[in-house]
Design a binder for this molecule. Structure first.
Ligand SMILES: Cc1cc2nc3c(=O)[nH]c(=O)nc-3n(C[C@H](O)[C@H](O)[C@H](O)COP(=O)(O)OP(=O)(O)OC[C@H]3O[C@@H](n4cnc5c(N)ncnc54)[C@H](O)[C@@H]3O)c2cc1C
Length: 514
């Protein structure tokens, strides 16, 4: 190329700034010129405060240490997600989904085997947090940050203030050569093959480019409105379409996990940040209205004072039929959204950017990699959808106590017949006592969640048959006890600092080894 290739990113939410930074890191300015446009009068969505471990990879790729970005974004560590009251009829009040880390390779077989033994009716330990290092760290309130001499790589996510993260990423991008223009987009101009040639702003300016990234949030101004790319809704599968949010004072003990509690017609998150706790109730408007949701949310939080305002949001679940159409890619909420359970939205943003960088590099900045890219991103979305959907399909709420209307939402989820074949097949393997890890390994497409995550979900829900009447005797066949998993996990945990101690310390002195 004799001139730099011009990428125009429309939208300056987290998705837009993540893309700007990863592009600027990947390609020198002489090769690719990056411009980000946003409208100061159109705010970012401003929710989304939990991540998966892929955000750790994001900052590593950008060479930004935790001691730099975390304090700026009031961030804390996340080792785990705790699910409360999702499966009361199984007798399990809560369970955890710990992020899988390298030391877990020693115990995952014991966990998988115990899950299978339990499916055969024997009484063995199957609580996920007892097998996984991050589960134990969360139980002890310890940070999952390994000291330099710890011989294994730790994985973890973060909690962060999304407004601050966006501002931080904008500053980094500007320092790395990304051009930031503030303007309100009005319409797309297209050439004779249908590609976008320029964006026209409300002030009448034309901003031309070679390639465009639509990061305009749920409005999807370029992909859906400009290029008429159809949207595949998941509303028949995932019922939640609304949320009500309200922050509260910070928790003094700084939990190292997100808490997701099932309520009448959805679930509520609690996300502990340095300066506050983020809370939100994600619900289905088919089952309760806005006022009912707010009243239940306030009662759940114990905040009756109406002077403390709630914010209401609408969500659209599903994905674009093509994430890349003509010379434009949808990214972030404009490309689709599953729902916030398991906090996968930024994870999908990052996978989409990485897939795009690969496609552009491999095909010399042409659209030749478009079909493969669309298949890849579609599969990521469907993999996440299946995992999230399983949380709803398998719930056992309202089975023991008649919760009246409250049970309606959960029963409808349990009885929902709109299940993808890919999910039904996995559940079938589990309930037939098959090898779930083997089933996932054989899939042509790498699953979005690994075998450990699926076992955590299914065991955490107590998705098991009743215990057999005759048990072989205390602890027989229980690999948790035979392999002394507790000793290993608790021994590993001795190496880690308390979460609160680490957050309050001079981070520059204790930057993690791995
Ligand atoms: C209730 C809820 C909870 C969530 N929780 C999580 C979570 O825990 N973890 C997670 O990873 N994700 C979560 N998400 C998703 C997360 O919020 C988003 O993925 C993330 O914030 C990225 O948003 P975005 O950048 O795509 O869009 P937005 O933040 O909406 O940004 C849109 C941008 O487009 C610009 N724009 C719009 N129109 C125009 C125009 N005409 N001209 C110029 N610019 C324009 C705006 O100015 C803005 O900069 C949650 C979402 C919801 C709804």
């Amino acid at each position: 190329m004799d001139k730099p290739w011009r990428i125009i990113i429309l939208g300056g939410g987290t998705a837009g700034w993540m893309a700007a930074n990863l592009f600027a890191k990947q390609w020198p300015r002489e090769q690719v010129q990056i411009t980000l446009i946003d409208a100061p009068e159109i705010p970012i969505i401003g929710v989304g405060e939990g991540s998966t471990p892929s955000l750790k990879r994001f900052f590593k790729t950008l060479d930004i240490p935790e001691c730099e970005w975390m304090p700026e974004c009031q961030a804390t560590y996340k080792a785990n997600i705790r699910f409360v009251d999702w499966s009361p009829a199984s007798g399990i009040g809560n369970y955890s989904h710990p992020f899988y880390s390298q030391p877990d390779v020693f115990n995952e077989r014991a966990f998988f085997t115990n899950c299978r033994t339990r499916r055969l009716g024997l009484d063995v330990v199957t609580e996920p947090e007892r097998f996984f290092i991050n589960g134990e760290l969360a139980r002890q309130g310890k940070a999952p940050v390994a000291p330099k001499n710890f011989p294994f790589q730790m994985e973890y996510g973060y909690h962060f203030d999304s407004q601050l993260l966006g501002r931080y990423l904008a500053r980094v991008a500007a320092a790395r050569g990304v051009v930031h223009r503030q303007a309100t987009f009005a319409q797309v101009l297209r050439n004779d093959v249908g590609d976008i040639s320029a964006l026209q702003t409300r002030a009448g300016d034309l901003i031309s480019g070679d390639f465009f990234i639509d990061c305009t949030g749920f409005s999807s101004l370029l992909m859906q409105q400009g290029l008429a790319v159809p949207f595949r809704s998941y509303a028949q599968q995932l019922f939640n379409d609304s949320a009500v949010v309200m922050p509260m004072a910070a928790a003094q003990d700084y939990p190292v996990e997100t808490r997701s509690t099932a309520l009448t017609a959805g679930w509520c998150w609690h996300i502990p940040l340095m300066h506050r706790t983020g809370n939100g109730y994600v619900y289905s408007s088919q089952f309760i209205n806005k006022d009912q949701a707010e009243a239940e949310f306030r009662a759940h939080l114990g905040v009756i004072d109406s002077a403390q305002e709630c914010r209401h949001l609408q969500m659209r679940v599903g994905q674009l039929e093509q994430h890349w159409a003509f010379n434009c890619v949808g990214l972030g909420l404009s490309q689709g959204f599953i729902e916030p359970l398991e906090a996968t939205a930024l994870h999908l943003v990052q996978l989409t950017i990485e897939a795009l960088i690969d496609a552009l590099d491999q095909h010399q900045f042409t659209c030749a990699g478009r079909e493969q890219f669309n298949r890849t991103v579609n599969n990521h979305f469907e993999g996440v959808r299946d995992y999230i959907l399983a949380h709803y399909k398998l719930n056992t709420r309202g089975l023991i106590n008649d919760e009246g209307d409250a049970a309606g939402y959960w029963r409808a989820n349990r009885d929902n017949k709109h299940m993808p074949e890919s999910l039904l097949q996995l559940l079938d393997v589990w309930f037939r006592c098959g090898d779930l890890a083997e089933e996932l390994a054989q899939r042509k497409i790498k699953p979005a969640f690994n075998a450990a995550s699926w076992h955590c979900l299914l065991a955490g829900y107590g998705a098991f048959p009743p215990l057999a009447p005759n048990q072989p005797g205390q602890g027989k066949g229980d690999l948790y006890r035979e392999c002394d998993v507790a000793k290993f996990v608790e021994g590993c945990a001795l190496n880690f600092p308390l979460h609160k101690t680490l957050l309050m310390s001079d981070r520059k002195l204790i930057e993690p080894g791995a």
